[in-house]
Design a protein around this ligand. Structure first.
Ligand SMILES: NC(=O)c1ccc[n+]([C@@H]2O[C@H](COP(=O)([O-])OP(=O)(O)OC[C@H]3O[C@@H](n4cnc5c(N)ncnc54)[C@H](O)[C@@H]3O)[C@@H](O)[C@H]2O)c1
Length: 357
């Protein structure tokens, strides 16, 4: 198989997982981490300590100088679009972090640019790669639930995420854009229907007190085409003492049965140490570290699987396959449909009423 030549744009908190993924795909020659870019020079130099790549502070320069097959976009939510448009023009395949864009028109522009250039556009909706969510999907497809009538999903971060990870851009995002988007997409994936209408409420206060601003929490009820409704609670103000960085789960109820998944506390690993308050629960399904026989770091879990799947897709294309040969993957249009729901959630917050998706 061809070795996929990769570049990364954005090496912040989540960018490190892209670095890890491509480094380990290099062990067997599936990918080569050729170049990476961040506008923060200090961070760029710091990241070079654990990873080998040609460093850039300007992604356009990276696209121009390197013969890349693909890039991944890991910049803040509102900054994905221009990078994707430029990458499409340069003819490279693209994995974009979620949300694809924070406007519906922006998503459409990105999809059109990628279609015109004939390049792959994939969105990193890794909840679709969680083995437990895949088990839910199999049961739904087998007809175990009958017709899905309603459901409930929640995703909540500890307050350190907006407060310590990205206080600068948290107010330009929201619990709906940053967290809800994962579960809007997951519900679409499981129910196999797009959103039709939304009613949402939001609360402010805690982040305003800290001078960060924006919504603390957003609750949305989404009606899907086909008739199912799902209530989504999202927030990023859980206390520092909460036993995990993220709390998340989903339940769906149909005419013949129900499925419930606690996607946070898998019930398998807890710890209590001097370094962290109280007892911590660990979602090993997301990211877990092991060392191979040569003592090299290998990261596993659905957080890696979705990025690695992008590389497998690009391999197929480099071997002469077409986009139609790739089967199921979170595509640009999935990114668009999830953004339509998030945008409708925010419109409902502004208008206070029911909004069409
Ligand atoms: N899939 C997931 O579960 C997951 C988890 C966390 C974050 N994310 C997404 O990943 C993206 C990044 O989030 P983060 O937490 O890593 O943010 P971050 O702020 O920690 O990192 C973003 C990085 O992008 C860099 N950057 C900004 N503009 C740039 C440009 N034009 N060129 C190059 N670099 C640029 C910044 O300097 C920063 O280092 C967001 O879209 C976020 O929603 C996804």
């Amino acid at each position: 198989m061809a070795t996929v030549r990769i570049g990364i744009v954005g090496l912040g908190t989540f960018g490190i997982n892209h670095l890890r993924c491509f480094r380990q795909l290099g062990y067997g020659g599936q990918a080569e981490l050729v170049a990476a870019c961040d506008i923060n020079e200090e961070l760029l130099q710091q990241r070079r300590q654990g990873f080998e790549f040609t460093a850039y502070t300007d992604y356009r320069q990276m696209l121009a100088d390197e013969q890349l097959d693909a890039i991944t976009v890991v910049t803040p939510d509102p900054l994905h679009k221009q990078i994707v448009l430029d990458a499409a023009q340069a003819g490279v395949h693209i994995l974009c972090e979620k949300p694809l864009d924070v406007t519906v028109a922006g998503c459409q522009e990105m999809i059109d640019a990628c279609e015109a250039a004939g390049v792959l556009l994939m969105v990193d909706f890794h909840k679709r790669y969680d083995e437990y969510h895949l088990a839910m999907k199999q049961k739904i497809q087998a007809g175990d639930l009958g017709e899905i009538e309603y459901g409930y999903a929640y995703m909540e971060d500890r307050i350190e995420v907006p407060r310590d990870w990205f206080p600068g851009w948290a107010k330009n995002s929201s619990p709906a854009w940053f967290l809800g988007i994962h579960f809007y997409d997951l519900a679409r994936f499981l129910i196999e229907a797009n959103g039709k209408a939304v009613w949402a409420t939001g609360a402010t206060g805690r982040l305003a007190e800290l001078g960060i601003g924006g919504y603390d929490s957003i609750s949305a009820k989404v009606l899907f085409k086909g008739g199912a409704t799902v209530a989504f609670d999202t927030s990023w103000i859980l206390p520092d003492a909460f036993p995990a960085i993220v709390n998340q789960g989903i339940r769906l109820v149909g005419t013949k049965g129900l499925l419930e998944c606690d996607s946070q506390d898998r019930g398998t690993l807890t710890s209590c140490t001097d370094d962290t308050p109280g007892t911590q629960t660990h979602n090993q399904s997301f990211l877990r570290l092991r060392y191979d026989k040569q003592g090299r770091e290998v990261w596993e879990g659905y957080g890696m699987a979705s990025i690695a799947d992008f590389v497998s897709n690009v391999e197929v294309l480099l071997e002469g396959g077409t986009l139609a040969d790739l089967g199921d993957y979170p595509s640009g249009s999935d990114g668009l449909e999830a953004t339509k729901i998030a945008a409708a959630v925010h419109k409902s917050l502004e208008t206070g009423g029911l909004v069409g998706v």
